[in-house]
Design a protein around this ligand. Structure first.
Ligand code: NAP
Length: 250
């Protein structure tokens, strides 16, 4: 029996990277996990297989986010597999590393559609499915609180908006005992950061130097923080911004 036995969790963008790490951890803790993905069905099936191999239970649902009707389509697919949920982790997101002088309106709209609009409408349409006492975790970024990478301004703005969403939603859902928090990773070794970390000979060392702990984070480093917030131990933490940057903001 794990601490999440009997609970159902949905992790968006769980086919790869941080989302996969979170899905595997929640699966190990006993939750039945909906492994959401956008396009990479093979990778999502690998996440499901890894959860099952560890003795857990999971299913994959594929829906492109950032397009009109995405949230309703995702819930329709989810409802085919499960009857309500206890934990929603809004993790799916994309980067945008073009400076303000180069970014186009389409680039801007796209990053806001995936990183802000999709989580917002997933909650709007998912609140009735979320059971009392549930948990919402929005995956933010340390870049919402530091300007060390100003070329990522549009991306950082999406995470700032997501943090405001976490804060205000905690008041909306608090009466039902549902907590809502942002978890902000620093630089984590995923496909998203492959160019930053491996694109130049000193990329890894420069990234590691941001952290007070002198390293680059792993998906498991973030998943462990999420696991605490969604467990019973996290019941009195809501509306908060949890720094999971390995001390990159100090
Ligand atoms: P990643 O390795 O690129 O994985 C992204 C995941 O999101 C994949 O499962 C992908 O699905 C899904 N996804 C992306 N766009 C989608 C779309 N339009 N519709 C549906 N699914 C979509 O990313 P990551 O590095 O793990 O990042 C995960 C989250 O952490 C993001 O919100 C990111 O902003 C945040 N974050 C990351 C870092 C970091 O250093 N890596 C730091 C701070 C915050 P497919 O596999 O099907 O494409």
């Amino acid at each position: 029996m794990g601490v999440l036995t009997g609970r159902t969790a949905l992790v968006t963008g769980a086919s790869r990277g941080i989302g996969r790490g979170i899905a595997e951890r929640l699966g190990r803790d006993g939750a039945r996990v909906a492994v959401h993905y956008g396009r990479n069905e093979t990778a999502a099936k690998e996440t499901v297989a890894a959860i099952e191999a560890a003795g857990g239970s999971a299913f994959a649902i594929g829906v492109e986010l950032g397009v009109p009707g995405d949230a309703e389509a995702l819930w329709e697919e989810f409802d085919r597999h499960a009857d309500g949920l206890d934990i929603l982790v809004n993790n799916a997101g994309i980067g945008s590393a073009r400076p303000i002088g180069e970014i186009t309106e389409d680039d801007f709209d796209r990053v806001f559609a995936v990183n802000v609009k999709a989580p917002f409408f997933l909650l709007k349409h998912g609140m009735t499915r979320l059971r009392d006492g549930g948990r919402v975790v929005n995956i933010s970024s340390g870049l919402a609180r530091t300007a060390v990478m100003p070329d990522n301004v549009a991306y950082a703005m999406t995470k700032g908006a997501l943090d405001v969403f976490s804060r205000d939603l905690s008041k909306v859902l608090g009466a039902r005992g549902i907590t809502v928090n942002s978890v902000a990773p620093g630089i984590i070794d995923t496909d998203n950061t492959a160019e930053l970390l491996h694109g130049s000979p000193d990329g890894w060392a420069r990234a590691a130097a941001y952290s007070a702990l002198g390293g680059v984070g792993t998906p498991a480093d973030v998943a462990d923080v999420v696991a605490f917030l969604v467990s019973d131990g996290g019941r009195w933490v809501t509306g908060s911004w949890v720094d999971a940057t390995g001390g990159s903001l100090t």
